[in-house]
Design a protein around this ligand. Structure first.
Ligand code: FPP
Length: 250
């Protein structure tokens, strides 16, 4: 785990705090934020998208290498059509522009999930966002936006891929390990999340990063996602620093 002092910007200070290498967020509370102001729900998602840019960039600045957010779940298609359309339009209009400004700050934006069902024009935008991310070197932080993501769906797809290899005779069942399963997930090239934050007062995981969260620390706060500021991230990291992570040991 990286040690970074956010006040001096130097590594390995005597009073340094551990900054999680990978932070994930369930961006919840956009609808309630809008309702409190008499605005349509999509207004909450718009401010929530801006919060994503601010917090992802802040995380990079304090030394977090991976920042992953839940933007649209495999279950969110059940929402009213106008809300689904508003979210897809937000991905269309905002993602590319946000990615450009984030890349300038050293944050590579990537989209994770089952993208096969997304509209072709959005897929093209996502390709462009990934091409931008590829222009950054290894020092870049990664901010991942999970779209049409479901933890069970992801595990099901991984099982199918491995089953196919077994059927083709290229993999023996006894060679299936936690690593071979992890390598089939959307998060294959990143470490598991150290800290998962859920704002807005809900206390559940909602099918987010089911496999990857085995040893994650959870942090819940009543703050609604559009109101989430760098100081709230600081509070979550301070809380994380008070936890004793034993990974099943003593
Ligand atoms: C959950 O809050 C939030 C979502 C289902 C959507 C989150 C998506 C964004 C913030 C947009 C990100 C887009 C970009 C381009 C970065 P909710 O609507 O369920 O809130 P509620 O529980 O208060 O109703």
């Amino acid at each position: 785990m990286g040690i970074f002092d956010r006040f001096t910007g130097k590594q390995e200070q005597t009073q340094a705090r551990a900054v999680p290498r990978h932070i994930a967020v369930i961006m919840d509370g956009n609808g309630r934020w809008a309702k409190k102001r008499g605005l349509p729900r999509k207004a909450g998602h718009k401010v929530g998208a801006e919060t994503f840019r601010t917090i992802a960039t802040y995380c990079k600045d304090i030394g977090v290498q991976y920042f992953t957010v839940y933007a649209f779940s495999t279950e969110n298609w059940k929402r009213p059509q106008d809300e689904v359309d508003a979210l897809m339009n937000l991905f269309r209009t905002y993602l590319r522009e946000a990615a450009e400004t984030m890349v300038e700050r050293g944050v590579a934006v990537r989209v994770l999930g089952d993208l096969s069902v997304l509209p072709p024009d959005l897929l093209r935008q996502i390709d462009e966002v990934h091409a931008l991310a590829d222009t950054l070197g290894e020092q870049a932080a990664t901010a991942s936006l999970c779209i049409n993501y479901g933890g069970r769906d992801e595990i099901k797809n991984a099982v199918r891929a491995l089953a196919r290899q077994v059927a083709e005779g290229t993999l023996r069942p006894e060679d299936i390990t936690e690593d071979t399963i992890g390598a089939q997930l959307y998060t294959a090239h990143m470490p598991d999340p150290d800290l998962i934050i859920r704002p807005s007062g809900e206390i559940r995981t909602s099918n987010f990063l089911l496999w990857q969260s085995a040893y994650a620390e959870y942090y819940f706060t009543d703050v609604l996602w559009p109101d989430f500021k760098p100081e709230h991230m600081d509070a979550a990291i301070e809380d994380f620093n008070r936890r004793s992570r034993r990974f099943g040991g003593v």
